[in-house]
Design a protein around this ligand. Structure first.
Ligand SMILES: NC(=O)c1ccc[n+]([C@@H]2O[C@H](COP(=O)([O-])OP(=O)(O)OC[C@H]3O[C@@H](n4cnc5c(N)ncnc54)[C@H](OP(=O)(O)O)[C@@H]3O)[C@@H](O)[C@H]2O)c1
Length: 268
């Protein structure tokens, strides 16, 4: 099997510091670049406290990370602004992108999708790369035709920068796009303006931020007298590693932007 050469943007973040050691330990993948906001110029192994240098220096952006090297995929778990910039630069250079970063500006995603199409490289729009998240998306598609009324509640750690979460927005997008019965009219006429949450694609989304949470999404489907709840809990960054690496391999044969990678969660 050919080794896939990866650049990780956000290499020193919560996701990056779980992902990088697993890439280094994996014989099918090669870490050829690392990008972060700080620690520029330091060896990523040293910066992550892995015990020894690994020969990859932390770069401030994609251009510096790729200089003098060849890469197949940019794996991005950074910030929305950095992901928009580096993702576009990678696609223009013919490098596929896994956009794990959330809250990237819609116009930037559109531009990235256009460039991916034009250059014939893969762009995976992946706001949730956990098995529970992906199965939750499928549950949403499956259940929606039976329920006109649904609301999304997401719970995250207080350190999260975006609200609602990218997963909640992706879920709302899917719930809106699926055929479904009419919603019960909302009788709310008085009270505080934000009490019913944000509305995306006609779906109410409520964001809770507390220091004890990592990530939970609840989909509340209701009909008069009955309710169906789907809950997806993620407690650590570990569940992202396997799907992210498998996505990198699958993305090698994709051209243009995709929201799903068939086979990603099938057993190997
Ligand atoms: N798709 C999914 O399933 C999934 C799951 C979890 C998280 N996420 C998303 O992934 C992103 C990262 O999450 P996280 O929890 O790892 O965040 P985090 O702990 O805050 O880490 C952010 C990373 O981005 C880096 N960064 C900051 N400025 C940068 C720049 N200008 N260029 C490149 N890198 C820069 C940070 O480096 P410094 O610390 O050096 O500044 C750090 O390495 C968020 O958007 C989050 O919502 C997605």
């Amino acid at each position: 099997m050919t080794r896939i050469r990866l650049i990780v943007s956000g290499a020193t973040g919560a996701v990056g510091r779980t992902l990088v050691p697993q890439i280094l330990a994996h014989e099918d993948f090669e870490l050829v670049g690392a990008i972060a906001g700080r620690s520029i110029g330091r060896d990523v192994g040293v910066a992550l406290g892995l015990g020894e240098p690994v020969g990859v220096t932390i770069a401030p952006d994609f251009a510096a990370a790729i200089a003098g090297r060849t890469a197949d995929v940019l794996v991005d778990y950074s910030t929305s602004e950095a992901a928009a910039r580096n993702g576009l630069a990678a696609l223009r250079a013919g490098v596929a992108v896994i956009l794990g970063t959330t809250a990237v500006d819609a116009a930037a995603v559109e531009e990235m999708s256009r460039v991916a199409e034009e250059r014939g490289v893969g762009l995976f729009l992946a706001p949730n790369l956990t098995l529970v998240g992906q199965v939750m998306f499928r549950c949403a598609d499956l259940i929606r035709p039976y329920f006109g009324d649904v609301e999304v509640v997401e719970f995250h750690n207080s350190a999260k920068r975006d609200a609602p979460s990218g997963t909640a927005l992706e879920t709302a997008h899917r719930l809106d796009a699926s055929r479904h019965p009419a919603e019960t009219p909302d009788a709310t006429a008085r009270g505080l303006p934000d009490a019913r949450g944000a509305v995306s694609g006609g779906v109410h989304v409520h964001s809770v931020r507390l220091p004890s949470f990592y990530s939970r999404h609840e989909l509340l489907f209701a009909r008069p007298g009955e309710m169906l709840t789907v809950i997806a809990d993620q407690f650590t960054t570990e569940p992202l590693v396997g799907p992210t690496l498998k996505a990198a391999r699958l993305l090698m044969s994709v051209r243009g932007a995709v929201r799903d990678l068939p086979g990603l969660f099938d057993p190997d």
